[in-house]
Design a protein around this ligand. Structure first.
Ligand SMILES: Cc1cc2nc3c(=O)[nH]c(=O)nc-3n(C[C@H](O)[C@H](O)[C@H](O)COP(=O)(O)O)c2cc1C
Length: 386
């Protein structure tokens, strides 16, 4: 029996999912996309669900989303997104020292600005607590699960890794679909063991953090979205698979023709992020409406957060990269490096020229400056064949 189409299952009109974009997408963006007939996503990676007040925070977000929907009954038409990386321990003295030297050298050489004291004062904390850590905190975790079940979102998605099988099964039992990012066929095959509902096939063109969880950054093949999608399809064709997950290519998709190509090749939906970066509903719209796309390149770097991410290669990132590769010294892990960078940025901005970290995909030069999320959705769905 062929399975129900994903859009039917989601109760949406168009197979377009907005990328959850932590710190960048807003509730205004998510609700506009759902109102237009796509699926809005809400990133939750910045909330620490070990904290008592976290559920109230989440509830405020959901209330806001609901209030902006044309039909407030449709609050469950949403994808809630978590980061599920391996738990990282805090930096040792050497890593802390290396990070402080690297950032001090970079900022001083770039702007001739004295930040040594600010940098010295930074005490590293974990800026991005993993879903795996929430799972270990049993009582508080059950409160989160119960809350999620009460919202009953159509999708809960995970980036950077896989939650416990019992978590997946609990949520699925309550009619919530589980989607997880894969960046290689090996990760797709691993995900099949968990009986999840859908896979976000993230190619290396994608903006933002790369969701690789099996290969290290230096062993990564960096498959493109198309190669990953076709390789996965080939694998599915030649193996007998008990539960075929929905496939959602993501990375570098910027127009209807490309969406139609993926749908025509059997994708169930696509997930798009970069195309929305210049809209008023993005927190980085000022940058993306004023930069020169043809004079800007992207780079994949783990020097800001501790994990690979594609971003605009600004003067700051170029200097940071050059300084790092002169010595290649060990830095704090994910979450801790990111915390240090964010702390520094809030303390010294706007005194410095620009130490922004502009997450963005390879095809950013196709961004349509000056358009709203609604206008972009209108263009995408106009000639959509699905
Ligand atoms: C600014 C930005 C932030 C992102 N943050 C997240 C996130 O919080 N969670 C997630 O699963 N993916 C995140 N991603 C990756 C997207 O899910 C998706 O893979 C990517 O947007 C697809 O490529 P595109 O940007 O070329 O459309 C982010 C992407 C961008 C551009």
């Amino acid at each position: 029996m062929s399975k129900q189409s994903l859009i039917k299952k989601l109760g949406i009109k168009y197979p377009i999912i907005q990328s959850p974009m932590a710190g960048v997408s807003t509730i205004e963006m998510s609700s506009s996309i759902t109102n237009k007939g796509g699926l809005g996503s809400i990133p939750l990676s910045t909330i620490n669900f070990i904290r008592q007040d976290s559920i109230r925070k989440l509830n405020d977000i959901i209330d806001k989303y609901k209030s902006q929907l044309n039909d407030t009954q449709r609050v469950n038409i949403v994808n809630l997104n978590f980061f599920c990386h391996d738990i990282v321990s805090g930096p040792n003295t050497k890593q802390t020292e290396n990070w402080k030297n690297l950032y001090n050298t970079t900022i001083n050489s770039q702007d001739n600005f004295e930040v040594k004291e600010l940098i010295n004062d930074i005490e590293f904390q974990n800026g991005n607590v993993s879903f795996k850590e929430f799972e270990q905190n049993k009582d508080q975790f059950q409160i989160l699960l119960d809350y999620l079940v009460s919202i009953n979102p159509k999708i809960i998605s995970f980036h950077f890794g896989i939650p416990l099988k019992q978590t997946i099964e609990f949520l699925q039992k309550h009619e919530i679909m589980i989607f997880i990012t894969a960046t290689s066929l090996a990760e797709v095959i691993k995900l099949l063991e968990y009986g999840i509902d859908g896979i976000i096939l993230q190619g290396s063109e994608a903006g933002g953090h790369r969701g690789n969880f099996l290969s290290s950054d230096y062993q990564d093949e960096y498959l493109t979205t198309k190669a990953l999608f076709l390789k996965t399809k080939e694998y599915f064709k030649t193996r007998s698979i008990e539960k075929i997950p929905y496939l959602v290519p993501s990375g570098g998709i910027m127009n209807t023709d490309t969406i139609n190509w993926y749908l025509n090749q059997g994708a169930d939906a696509v997930q798009l992020g970069t195309i929305f970066l210049s809209t008023p509903e993005s927190t980085t719209s000022t940058f993306f409406n004023n930069y020169n796309p043809l004079e800007s390149d992207t780079i994949m770097t783990n020097l800001i957060s501790g994990k690979n991410a594609r971003c605009i290669n600004t003067k700051f990132i170029t200097t940071l990269t050059n300084n790092y590769y002169e010595k290649q010294e060990n830095l704090p892990g994910y979450g801790y490096s990111y915390y240090g960078y964010k702390k520094l940025k809030t303390q010294i901005d706007p005194a410095l020229e620009d130490i922004g970290f502009y997450l963005c995909g390879l095809n950013h030069f196709q961004i349509k400056q000056g358009k709203t999320t609604n206008e972009i959705m209108d263009e995408l769905i106009k000639d959509l064949k699905y």
